[in-house]
Design a protein around this ligand. Structure first.
Ligand SMILES: O=C(O)CCC(=O)C(=O)O
Length: 267
């Protein structure tokens, strides 16, 4: 695995746009202020302790290595607190704040954007007592929009690295056209398909500090391992789309109306 020289979003948005278009991701270091991070952590801990629905358990993800059902060991470990936008005003406020929206607009190269409700819009958690790994995939393969033109914003509430299941990305893979055998029936990028190997070998680990935001294209191949540490890992994840990139009618992506950040009443 390479040691990347990590591209950053700086004040120079045009440089970040160029890197995003080439690599499919950029990191905004320390974008979230510590006080806000702490408010989000408290809201996460409160909702984990009370199991505030909607939640998704490890048994529900059906990833390789995940518990077969909720009664299996680890099955009732919470993997995602869903509907972050509706869960607590602190998450809605973060998703719609100028720091996030300006960057999402810049990377999508359009002013009129929406925060997607049907996808991501969650707090991802990986617990020390049980966690499953996530295989290589592109988010867009599970989603249905006119175009694969969406950006995810992954805000680290804790440090993320290889040993606690931090993100691995394949730079440039959002621009690739893969052959028909590249993905398995569950839409994971196959590790036993020889043409995929060069892509997988070019993967990089993206280490994050609390408050860093990883912006990545919804077509970018990514994966993450298990949490092998003794501390919970938590990240708040939102997706943004240009208003003109509409969810296809009748699909899960169109099930709820997306949020216009200019009209959002988060309090
Ligand atoms: O934290 C992980 O294991 C990766 C999560 C992810 O890639 C996803 O939910 O799409």
């Amino acid at each position: 695995m390479n040691e990347p020289e990590m591209p950053q979003i700086t004040a120079d948005m045009s440089a970040a746009q160029a890197v995003f278009e080439r690599d499919g991701f950029v990191v905004a270091r320390a974008l979230c202020p510590p006080a806000l991070l702490q408010r989000m952590r408290l809201a996460v801990e409160r909702d984990l302790a009370a199991v505030v629905e909607p939640v998704e358990y490890e048994a529900d993800v059906a990833y390789p290595g995940a518990p077969a059902d909720r009664d299996a060991p680890g099955g009732k470990t919470i993997r995602r607190l869903l509907d972050a936008l509706g869960r607590d005003p602190v998450f809605c406020g973060w998703a719609c704040c100028a720091a996030m929206i300006d960057r999402a607009r810049g990377l999508l190269r359009t002013r009129d954007i929406r925060v997607v409700r049907a996808h991501h819009n969650c707090i991802m958690t990986k617990h020390p007592d049980f966690s499953s790994a996530t295989g290589w995939h592109q988010d867009i393969r599970y989603w249905s929009f006119d175009r694969p033109e969406l950006v995810n914003a992954w805000t680290a509430l804790d440090s993320e690295a290889c040993n606690n299941g931090g993100m691995r990305l394949i730079p440039g893979s959002h621009r690739a056209v893969f052959d028909s055998l590249a993905f398995d029936s569950h839409r994971f990028f196959r590790t036993d398909h020889p043409p995929n190997q060069a892509w997988i070998d070019s993967a990089i680990q993206v280490d994050l500090q609390p408050g860093d935001v990883l912006f990545f294209h919804a077509g970018l191949l990514h994966a993450a391992g298990r949490n092998l540490t003794e501390r919970r890992k938590r990240a708040v994840v939102f997706s943004y789309r240009p208003v003109g990139n509409r969810p296809l009618p009748g699909t899960r992506s169109a099930a709820v109306e997306d949020l216009d950040p200019e009209q959002a009443a988060c309090d």
